[in-house]
Ligand binder design. Structure first.
Ligand code: SAM
Length: 464
């Protein structure tokens, strides 16, 4: 979900979407090879796929090791302090003389935006600093570097543009990410995203649909619509589709087998989304709806814009859907001023909802957020204790919910194969992972698998 920590590097056989804008002959003089490492959410992963498209269109070649690259890029995440620190540890290696000489090193994404040109002082080996709201300026910034400029930056947040590329290098051969909305206009008091990704801007429905059709033509069967707040999407084109209408149109593209969307915000979650899922079997049986806290008092301090009761009403609406929809959420523990009683309300909400997956985090104070100025921090040890208690509760809930599936037959998309175990790894429409005896040839196929075992995090099965 919007919180999985994912690291990707360039891989050898990516899917390429679109045609190069220029031939390799028009390529950069100095920068011939690139390496990119990505931290953070799916939005960052997909941004990196588009950045790679820009570089490939310049005739540059991906390499699997930073040591061989002319251009080394880190696409960074600053959602929590730990994530933000990762790029500094990578850059530290260059400072110690680990092959940095002669390379251009660039920092992209949320930490780049947050630190801005201070980066150049903090890490003098860095030549390029660019936030996601300025990615459309990347070709221009790279031109400047190649013309000999030592330091360039793209840091303006004043934009109504989305990052459109002619070419996108997709790393997953079956599931394609597709951005429908960028930035965020919410002001959740814990969150840096509005300051790092800029104002909310939606892509027009016709562009989204054209990209989705192209993806299907290229053989992708699963499309995941992305946005920091995906369901805040508003069609800027004259069609004026609602988000639920957009979902329906994408779901109806011939050849699409699965459509997911992430991350939804409860404030914008409306019943027509559930009606769209009811009407289209290709819309997956899965909704990620971050609650953050089960206490109305904490939600108010977080500026989330809903109460516990209003959130539970949305869950009730989802539970009334024709198919059983799997629910997942994000929770922050130890937010400023969270009492034991507030925390217990989060535990009771988790029991009441029965999530299939919970991404839980200790509150991490972030620069320039409203919470920073606002409250009484909890001790790290107490946050740690609460996190462990919450995760143990959720483990028990998941075991119970997964065991209820024993004996059921589930359609999975096979996403991988573990050679050592001889096991295929499939994913259900609910997003559950199922391991079963299979072969490497199964990868990419949709297969029926009977559930024979259940753990907290995955299922075990056999071909039905
Ligand atoms: N835009 C989505 C929303 O508002 O629901 C979530 C996006 S964020 C990338 C993913 C998750 O990180 C959030 O849902 C929240 O649980 C967590 N998160 C954000 N800021 C945090 C902070 N300062 N400390 C701890 N966790 C945080």
């Amino acid at each position: 979900m919007g919180n999985e920590l994912i690291q990707i590097t360039a891989v050898s056989q990516p899917g390429l979407t679109g045609e190069p804008q220029s031939s390799p002959d028009s390529s950069s003089g100095g920068l011939k090879t690139f390496y990119i490492e990505t931290f953070g959410c799916q939005m960052n992963v997909h941004d990196s796929e588009k950045v790679q498209g820009v570089l490939l269109a310049r005739g540059m070649k991906p390499v699997g090791d930073h040591a061989q690259a002319d251009l080394v890029l880190y696409n960074t995440c600053s959602i929590r302090e730990k994530a933000a620190q990762k790029v500094f540890s990578r850059l530290g290696a260059f400072r110690k003389g680990d092959g940095g000489a002669g390379k251009v090193i660039g920092v992209l994404g949320c930490v780049a935006q947050q630190e801005g040109e201070r980066f150049f002082e903090r890490a003098p080996q860095v030549s390029l600093v660019c936030g996601s709201a300025s990615y459309s300026k990347l070709p221009h910034l790279l031109d400047k570097l190649e013309a000999g400029k030592r330091r360039v930056s793209g840091l303006s947040l004043d934009t109504d543009e989305c990052f459109e590329t002619e070419l996108t290098r997709r790393d997953n051969p079956f599931r394609a990410y597709l951005t429908i909305i960028e930035g965020c206009d919410q002001r959740c008091s814990f969150c840096v995203v509005p300051m790092t990704r800029g104002p909310q801007r939606s892509r027009p429905s016709e562009k989204i649909l054209a990209e989705a059709r192209q993806l299907v033509d290229e053989g992708y069967t699963e499309i995941q619509l992305l946005g920091q707040i995906v369901n805040a999407w508003q069609d800027p084109s004259s069609a004026r589709w609602s988000f639920a209408e957009l979902l329906s149109h994408v779901a109806e593209i011939p050849g699409v087998r699965r459509v997911r969307f992430t991350t939804s915000h409860p404030r914008f979650f409306s019943p027509d989304i559930v009606q769209a899922i009811d009407a289209h079997s290709t819309l997956c049986d899965q909704i990620h709806l971050p609650v953050q806290s089960g206490s109305t008092a904490v939600l108010a301090r977080m500026l989330r814009g809903y109460t516990r009761e209003e959130y539970l009403e949305k869950i009730h609406c989802i539970r009334k859907a024709r198919r059983t929809i799997s629910l997942s959420t994000d929770v922050i523990v130890g937010f400023c001023g969270e009492t034991r009683q507030d925390f217990e309300q989060t535990l009771s909400l988790m029991k009441e909802v029965g999530y299939d997956q919970v991404f839980s985090f200790k509150y991490s104070p972030r620069p320039n957020t409203l919470a920073e100025a606002n409250g009484e921090a909890l001790a790290e040890e107490e946050k740690g204790r609460r996190l462990a208690e919450l995760q143990e509760l959720q483990r028990q809930i998941q075991v119970r919910r997964n065991q209820a599936l024993l004996g059921e037959t589930i359609e999975v998309l096979v996403e991988g194969y573990q050679v050592r175990l001889g096991q295929a790894v499939g994913r259900a429409t609910t997003n559950r992972v199922i391991n079963f005896p299979g072969s490497p040839e199964d990868i990419g196929r949709y297969l029926a698998v009977k559930v024979t075992g259940a753990g907290p995090n995955s299922l075990v099965g056999a071909r039905a």
